[in-house]
Design a protein around this ligand. Structure first.
Ligand code: SF4
Ligand code: SF4
Length: 89
């Protein structure tokens, strides 16, 4: 099983999800407020853990809007598995 889900984002940062914490998560809260710049969310549930509905190249070009909802909802309601690193200029 994949243990880490990681992808780069437009601003130069990245999103990482520690999937080892996700199987036991009862809320899957990261999924519900994920808003992509496209017509569907970035994060989808697959086999009980988050997965990506876009390719890495699309995510890096802005499909992930860097809204931080997945990180905040996971911190509040999930198992604290999401870390979003943003670059500071
Ligand atoms: S809310 Fe957090 S712990 Fe739960 S499935 Fe999503 S990323 Fe994993
Ligand atoms: S930062 Fe926002 S758009 Fe990007 S994966 Fe997380 S919830 Fe979805």
């Amino acid at each position: 099983m994949l243990r880490m889900l990681e992808f780069n984002i437009l601003s130069g940062g990245n999103v990482s999800i520690d999937l080892t914490k996700c199987k036991s998560c009862s809320t899957k809260a990261c999924i519900r407020n994920c808003k992509s710049s496209k017509t569907r969310p970035v994060l989808v549930l697959k086999d009980g853990v988050p997965d990506l509905d876009f390719g890495f190249d699309e995510l890096e070009k802005g499909a992930c809007t860097e809204c931080l909802a997945c990180e905040l909802d996971c911190q509040l309601y999930g198992n604290k598995a999401v870390i979003i690193e943003l670059t500071v200029s």
